[in-house]
Design a protein around this ligand. Sequence first.
Ligand code: FAD
Ligand code: FES
Ligand code: FES
Length: 480
Amino acid sequence: MRQTVSFYLNGLLQTVRPASPTQTVLQYLREQAGLRGTKEGCAEGDCGACTVTEAALDPDGQVVFRSINACIRFLPTLDGRAIWTVEGLSAENQALHPVQQAMVDHHASQCGFCTPGFVMSLYTMYCNGQRRPVREEVLDNLSGNLCRCTGYRPIIDAAMAMGHYPDENADVEQIKRQLHALQETACHEPLELAVSGQKFRSPITADHLAELVQAHPDATLLAGGTDIGLMVTKQLHHFDDLIYLGNVAELDVVSRDEDTLTIGASVLLNKGYQALVAEYPEAESLWKRFASMPIRNSGTLVGNVANGSPIGDSAPLLIALQTRVVLRKGQARRELPLENLYLDYRKQDRSPGEFLESIKIPLRMADLKVGTYKLSKRFDQDISAVCGAYAVTLDGDVVQSVRIAYGGMAATSRRAPAAERALLGQPFDASSVAAAMAALAIDYQPLTDMRASSDYRLQAAQNLLYRFYLETTGAAQTRV
Ligand SMILES: Cc1cc2nc3c(=O)[nH]c(=O)nc-3n(C[C@H](O)[C@H](O)[C@H](O)COP(=O)(O)OP(=O)(O)OC[C@H]3O[C@@H](n4cnc5c(N)ncnc54)[C@H](O)[C@@H]3O)c2cc1C
Ligand code: FES
Ligand code: FES
């Protein structure tokens, strides 16, 4: 088994033995590679000072460029990939890269601490051919970069102007050849690190993954690491044994049959939400408000479900849509409704050696009314105080089926049975919705914490249900 990690850094092949399996990419860049342009601001994926550009092969063998947070990515996860830092954009004494020149010309840097991160987010857009982006695209791509000096306007101006500078094409074909060569090595000899008593295994096939998880039931599964990374950098947690899902191409697949959308365990948040939004456009605002672009470029949708946080954003909607999870242990698989996976706070119906292989979301039924809303203090990059999701069908004006689920209201994301009962079989009107709003007080006794008080949460949950009713019926706003 291979004990070294191979990746391209600013176009040059690196073969390194990490100091530990949880050494971060940022630590490697600054402390080993001597590339200190990439900064550490928060070490928890929030500020974007550590943003670098990653290139990886998608399951079809095409190169995909993504901005990622180096501070919470573990170095071994770069195996088979390429990254660029701000130092890789233009050689000493050479002209600045168009992205950098646009930043200079638009006075988009003051103290400069955030600037390399912004430049790399823009460089990622540039590599993806987004050279003349509209403002919304820029805001989405910069959602993970904070600046305390400029007020953002000049940075946005620079982003929108970068296409006016001479075209610099990344040699995508060469990058593809390089990554394919690394992938071939990984297939012949998967990465299996053992450093200072810590292990990191990176299987390539789903069968090998299942075998490893069953044989090492105490090992921790690592998907995108956007939850696990923080446990290392903020809580100083020590992981003895990590099994990485990010190189299992079979699980990086979104598929559709006549009635189901299946999303595999390695599918990143952006790709998973893109497929979900194609079926349920109502989920778009949830997608765009989920963390930030670099987090959605590293984290997985199934990881969000598996993490099972009571304030995770995907579970309420997925529960409302009747999503099922596929659990695998060795060669055995079982399926259960997502709401049944969550038993209690951080307790799941999952046995040792078992993992989530995929989630299955029913395709849209005709006339299904769907809504989901996230409430948090900031638009981007914030955790929900309350997240509500609703799925209703009507027979005439009578509620034929109803599923309501909330996050942030209990120890797990879960349904609201009393509110559902208040609506089922009733006309979908202001009076039944008022009864359902009142019933939410039976369903939930939310906590008070730093994000919101119990009273706020309950009232907000009630008002979100009312909003869903108004938006889906077009009913005139009446006081209830
Ligand atoms: C700055 C920042 C902002 C964030 N914002 C949001 C937000 O707005 N909304 C939100 O909901 N979350 C948010 N998160 C949390 C996180 O990004 C999500 O929960 C993400 O989807 C986790 O996926 P991952 O692949 O990174 O999981 P990982 O960190 O790799 O794993 C998470 C947990 O799930 C387990 N796990 C992963 N995959 C599997 C599997 N297939 N089977 C069994 N267990 C598995 C792991 O062992 C671990 O316990 C944020 C995180 C950060 C750092
Ligand atoms: S250092 Fe703040 S996001 Fe990485
Ligand atoms: S220029 Fe100072 S933080 Fe952005």
